[in-house]
Design a binder for this molecule. Structure first.
Ligand code: AHM
Ligand code: MG
Length: 350
């Protein structure tokens, strides 16, 4: 006779749900915490997540769909556009236009601001739709970076420059989407930082990293050392110090990927002024500001030339700024090198 045996418990990994709180639910929960919130910013964040899902799909099938490779034109910064840059730009602007909450968009790929036609929208969005263009064709992680402001012009009128040139401290939300071995959305609304991982089979972002904080210190530096001879002396001094301590040099060349790694493991990302880019290469409004806002919310630090990135005064849509961003102890150590007075070179007597 068959005696029933105790069923073998399923291995934990087969039943432990990787999923829990969806981005949707999280946004809703957060909204409830702010009694006067109208839900418009929440909707805007959903629109950005939707655009991220669409771009994720494009990135994943790019090789098969034949949309890798150069587009054959340059953007406003004089950089060669990739086909995916252009696709991501169109997708993002379309999602924001359809969403209705953003009245205007500033994109790395467009010379001027784009009016969405939603003049009653209360927000404006600055985006780099697909950052790390040089990595698109070689299957390396790339990302989207976004920054959101509440408009300062009258609701119902056309958005203007003033809505975008408010300064980094006026951002109401900012974040990035990393298209990597998994796709993640990480954002802040000024109340800490949360990270969500995309579950492609369900088509949902799930809360995977609540309350992200960057390690206070780290042992990774990320910069393009090919520019060594163009870097200011203080940058070389700092990097030499990193090397003396046998820190790891890690540079993907995709800002979002380098930033994301350093956010989780500790480190510093540097893009100093160079001969080719004396103001630095990265764009203030849709690269430096949002990542600086997010790093400060995660307990990190972001410097430009002589002060916090968020205090750099914006004058142009596409202006550039140097950036030194990451674990606070590392950024402070760089700052100490930068603050060191440059000794006059005096002739030595024999
Ligand atoms: P992009 O916006 O044209 O893609 O340029 C930004 C990228 C960053 O992702 C990356 O960190 C940096 O440029 C790499 O620049 P470089 O090749 O000079 O090191
Ligand atoms: Mg970029």
């Amino acid at each position: 006779m068959h005696t029933p045996s105790t069923p073998t418990p399923l291995p934990e990994h087969t039943i432990a749900s990787p999923v829990g709180t969806t981005l949707e639910r999280y946004i809703m929960q957060k909204q409830i915490e702010f009694p006067y919130a109208t839900g418009e910013l929440s909707q805007l964040l959903r629109d950005i997540a939707l655009a991220g899902k669409i771009i994720n799909r494009e990135v994943n099938r790019a090789g098969l769909a034949g949309i890798t490779g150069a587009y054959g034109q340059q953007n406003v910064q004089g950089e060669d556009q990739q086909q995916l840059d252009v696709v991501a730009n169109i997708r993002f602007i379309r999602a924001l236009r359809n969403g209705g909450q953003a009245c205007a968009v500033l994109s790395e790929e467009e010379d001027d601001i784009i009016h969405t036609g939603n003049d009653h929208g209360k927000y404006v969005v600055a985006i780099d739709p697909l950052d790390g263009s040089s990595n698109i064709n070689v299957n390396v992680s790339i990302g989207t970076i976004f920054s959101i402001y509440r408009r300062v012009t009258t609701v119902g009128s056309k958005a203007t420059r003033e809505d975008f040139l408010q300064g980094g401290r006026q951002q109401v939300a900012a974040g990035y989407i990393l298209y990597g071995s998994s796709t993640m959305l990480v954002y802040t609304t000024g109340h800490g930082v949360a990270g969500f991982t995309y579950e492609p089979s369900l088509g949902e972002f799930f809360l995977s990293h609540p309350d992200i904080t960057i390690p206070q210190d780290g042992s990774t530096f990320s910069c393009n050392e090919g520019y060594w001879f163009e870097y200011p002396e203080c940058v070389r001094t700092y990097l030499m110090d990193c090397k003396r301590q046998r820190f790891a040099g890690r540079y993907v060349g995709s800002l979002v990927a380098d930033y994301h790694r350093n956010l989780f493991t500790g480190g510093i990302y540097l893009y100093p002024p160079t001969g080719k880019n004396p103001e630095g290469k990265l764009r203030l409004l849709y690269e430096c500001y949002p990542l600086a806002f997010l790093i400060e919310q995660a307990g990190g630090k972001a410097l430009a030339d002589g002060g916090p990135v968020l205090d750099v005064v914006p004058t142009d849509f596409h202006q550039r700024a140097p950036i030194f961003i990451g674990s606070p102890a590392m950024v402070t150590a760089y700052q100490a090198c930068a603050d060191e007075p440059v000794l006059p070179t005096t002739a030595t007597t024999a």
